[in-house]
Design a protein. Structure first.
Length: 381
């Protein structure tokens, strides 16, 4: 086995390891926000390793279909790495951290990573429109040059976000908790990789030296440390990720006494006198229009004062209507379901659930019990 073969196996193992660790981080029992940031970050690095493995494997490059597919799918996505590591640091320190719309703009530079694919699509559209010449050579050379110089903004982006992360940690003081020590180690690992990448990048972006660098050392100096980074970040990050602390929600304030005094009679009148519960399509909006009370006011009064949801409030009257039909012996020529619909229910399952919740028994049990208690007219004669 040559060194190149060993290198390719190492890169493939880095991809597999990174994929496994990203899945473990993203779907772990803790399911913390730092876990998810780190999981996506490691997955992007792992996919970059996969890209190198594929395009240095003859079975892939010699297959025109796979080669075309590989050129259409962006596998080197580095621009989001900087924001992800910065937000990983912030979310680990601050359990209440949430991405805002403004912070999502940090991921817009990902368009730089999609440059080669956009160039290919532009060429194909121009070709079909008759604007571009059939010769794809200039376009291919432009993509090759683009791929070389795109590493400059990528390196600058990761370095800038590392600096922001280090400054953020420095502003927290010198408190040496386990999490903060891990985060400082996390930043140092990335800084070591950035230094290695920079040493490689300087001759790589000089046109006269680009081919010499690739022909002499290839991508070994960059991707071997990258695989090591995957192992270190994945295993250590998984062990150190804190559990997510839910942000407590403010409890709704109880409705004012004056509001309850005005609202409750209107709601009871709508049910007991106007019998709105008989309408199977009754909802909060219809009740609001009938009583003149805002929907929020109805919900607040029902939840905070009567301790019932809207459905519980309405279905309670429907259950009483059903029971009244039983007591008045109006069930002689009607099935249980028919009487339920007559009381305003529009679903057998809802009726069964509501009746058992209100009475502790099924409608059939209630009906049998009531029938046994009713006197037999023939026995009274």
């Amino acid at each position: 086995m040559t060194f190149a073969d060993f290198f390719h196996i190492l890169i493939l193992l880095g991809f597999i390891q990174g994929t496994i660790m990203s899945i473990l981080l993203f779907f772990s029992k803790k399911r913390s926000r730092p876990n998810r940031f780190l999981g996506v970050l490691i997955l992007l690095i792992a996919i970059a390793c996969l890209n190198l493995y594929l395009f240095e494997s003859p079975w892939f490059t010699n297959n025109p279909v796979l080669n075309l597919l590989g050129n259409f799918i962006p596998l080197v996505i580095i621009m989001p790495v900087g924001p992800l590591l910065y937000f990983y640091v912030k979310s680990t320190i601050d359990p209440a951290f949430r991405l805002t719309k403004k912070q999502r703009l940090h991921f817009l530079p990902v368009i730089i990573d999609c440059g080669p694919q956009l160039i290919i699509v532009t060429f194909l559209i121009s070709l079909f429109a008759g604007v571009a010449m059939p010769d794809a050579g200039p376009w291919g050379r432009f993509i090759d040059n683009y791929n070389v110089y795109a590493d400059i903004p990528r390196w600058l982006s990761v370095t800038a976000y590392l600096w922001l992360s280090a400054r953020y940690l420095a502003g927290l003081g010198t408190n040496k908790t386990a999490y903060r020590q891990w985060l400082r180690q996390f930043i140092r690992l990335f800084l070591v990789f950035q230094a290695i990448w920079f040493i490689y990048l300087v001759p790589y972006v000089i046109p006269s030296l680009t081919d010499k660098v690739l022909n002499s050392v290839g991508w070994f100096p960059v991707y071997i440390p990258l695989v090591v980074l995957i192992y270190c970040l994945g295993i250590k990050g998984y062990l150190m990720a804190p559990e997510e602390t839910p942000v407590p929600r403010k409890a709704a304030a109880p409705p004012p006494v004056e509001l309850v005094t005005a609202a409750v009679p209107l709601l009871r009148k709508a049910m007991e006198q106007d019998r709105l519960y008989l309408d199977p399509d009754l909802n909060l909006a219809l009740l609001s229009r009938h009583t003149g009370l805002p929907q929020k006011t109805i919900s607040l009064v029902l939840n905070q004062h009567l301790q019932k949801s809207f459905n519980e409030f309405v279905n309670g009257y429907r259950v009483e209507a059903f029971k009244q039909n039983i007591r008045q012996s109006r069930h002689d020529n009607m099935t249980i379901l028919a009487m339920a619909f007559d009381a305003g229910f529009n679903s057998q399952a809802t009726f069964q659930r509501a009746f058992r919740s209100n009475t502790g028994m099924s409608p059939r049990e209630y009906m049998t019990l009531h029938t046994e208690k009713q006197p037999n007219p023939e026995n009274e004669q």
